[in-house]
Write a protein that binds this ligand. Structure first.
Ligand code: NAP
Length: 278
């Protein structure tokens, strides 16, 4: 926890949401503060949606150095900050609160974090045909980021059609709602559903039939519990490039770190902490 125990001088950052007791963010961010030699500490505050306004007020009153925001507060905090960035305004949700002088700002680092995680694998979205499975918060960020990166086609495949339409609209002219047959022509396939995630009904399963994927595709699974999902195993088996969810997790946190501290994030230390976390 930082370079020693917290002192009177220590700056506190926190994740706000519920449940957060098992969040990976404290391990990730404390490793980052430690590696950067900063007198900061990162803790988890369990806050329900009805207390969103009070939680943002507490960030101001207690002069937190910054905050991560997770479910169920991502939308609820937006009305209580001084400034929201373009991503937050488009998505209606924020995952990061930070100070620009004395102005409390809200950003959404999921989309840029996703793009940065692909860059680590030399994957660009410009001109690519992308399929996004899911239409929740993560999917919406990926759809918008894909369009901003210049994807030629962003097809959203989701169980609930109305949510698919809303998500696809975030990609403007490049966005559309599609069925699973869109996978055949896709160059990049992103699982942004919770299927495959431990602790859910979909644990141990894939969102796609095992033969849906093919050689040459880039397949990204945003699920990071576990890292080796059935979807990624199927992708590797057909010769596709398989990318797990840890890169996006690390990069969205790294971008938050940079907002908070104004310093470059120690990405390698954050990757190592994420891979060590239970
Ligand atoms: P969310 O808002 O609850 O959305 C969940 C999505 O999954 C919805 O589109 C939902 O479809 C779909 N879904 C869930 N169960 C399904 C099932 N049995 N069959 C078909 N569709 C199903 O969740 P989220 O916040 O977007 O997170 C989604 C996943 O991404 C989670 O596993 C989360 O851990 C992961 N994630 C990873 C990162 C990262 O940095 N790697 C960041 C954010 C999220 P409906 O719309 O039909 O309900």
């Amino acid at each position: 926890m930082g370079p020693g125990a917290p002192q009177g001088t220590t700056t506190v950052a926190a994740v706000l949401g519920a449940p957060v007791r098992h969040s990976m963010s404290p391990a990730l961010c404390n490793a980052a503060f430690d590696a950067a030699g900063l007198d900061w500490v990162y803790v988890a505050f369990e806050v329900d949606e009805s207390h969103a306004a009070a939680a943002v007020a507490a960030v101001r009153t207690l002069q937190l150095g910054g905050a991560s925001v997770t479910m169920p507060l991502k939308a609820a905090v937006v009305d209580h900050v001084d400034r929201a960035d373009d991503d937050v305004r488009a998505l209606g949700a924020a995952n990061c609160l930070w100070w620009d002088g004395d102005v409390l700002c809200a950003s959404s680092t999921d989309g840029p974090g996703f793009v940065a995680s692909l860059r680590d694998h030399d994957v660009s979205l410009a001109g690519r045909r992308v399929v996004v499975l899911g239409a929740g918060g993560a999917a919406r960020a990926v759809v918008r980021a894909s369009a901003l990166e210049g994807a030629a086609d962003v097809a959203v495949v989701n169980r609930t059609a109305t949510r698919a339409e809303e998500a696809a609209s975030l990609a403007g002219a490049a966005g559309r709602v599609a069925g699973i047959e869109a996978i055949a022509d896709a160059e990049v396939v992103v699982n942004a559903t919770s299927i495959g995630m431990d602790g859910t009904g979909g644990a141990g399963t894939s969102p796609l039939p095992s033969r849906a994927l093919r050689d040459g595709q880039v397949v990204v699974d945003l699920v990071y519990h576990p890292l080796a999902t059935p979807l990624l195993r199927d992708a590797a088996a057909v010769g596709a490039t398989a990318i797990d969810g840890i890169g996006m997790l690390v990069h969205q946190a790294a971008l938050a770190f940079e907002h908070w501290t104004g310093e470059p994030a120690p990405i390698d230390a954050m990757h190592a902490a994420a891979r060590r976390a239970p």
